[in-house]
Design a protein around this ligand. Sequence first.
Ligand SMILES: [Zn+2]
Length: 241
Amino acid sequence: MKPYYLILLIFFSVNSLAESVIPNIEIVKLKDNIFLHKSFRYVQEYGLVSANGLIIIENKQAFIIDTPWSIQDTKKLVNWIKSNGYELKGSISTHSHTDRTTGIKFLNNHSVPTYAMSLTNQILKDNKQELATVSFDKTPFTLANGLIEVFYPGHGHTIDNVVIWLPKSKILFGGCLIRSLDSKSLGYTGEADIQQWSGSIENIISTYPNIATVIPGHGEFGDNSLLQHTINISKSTKSNN
Ligand SMILES: [Zn+2]
């Protein structure tokens, strides 16, 4: 066998190995009515990456914050919701990227309302992706009788990133605008606004002064120190540019 073929063979087997060991979706209870869903994807540049979303239950009705990262995991999540006796009333995507929106098509096909900011839908449309069925312009935008509040703090990870405030439990779902404490960088910044990033987090802090728990788009959740941590990284990234 020519060395060239051997290299190709090794390359493909390593790749398919990496893809075959993608873990199943994980669902972790955070509070009585709030669950974290974590789905995985193999990303060429970063290796195996996990993405966080939420499931919020109120009176047997379920809402999901961000869809899982694959159709397969979205199906599994929908089945989990059904098998626990809940009715899925909608999904909210916190920006247009695939770790937030891949499941929209599946949910639309199953007549589950899918929510996104109009700007997110515009970006999805420009990229020829499936659109959310319900769009909104103004925030705070509330769902589930005020149990879920969507807030647009300004540009950061993307120009369309929103965060989710759960006033009852004082949980902020920061999505990809907020970095986990072990992150030393801002992650993927191909569509980011690094100049405005820290100011957008300051907007969150002044709007919601009593945040107890912060859930980032990727990695471990924690207390409100994740906010200052991300401000620090974004400021040092800004000054290095
Ligand atoms: Zn993103």
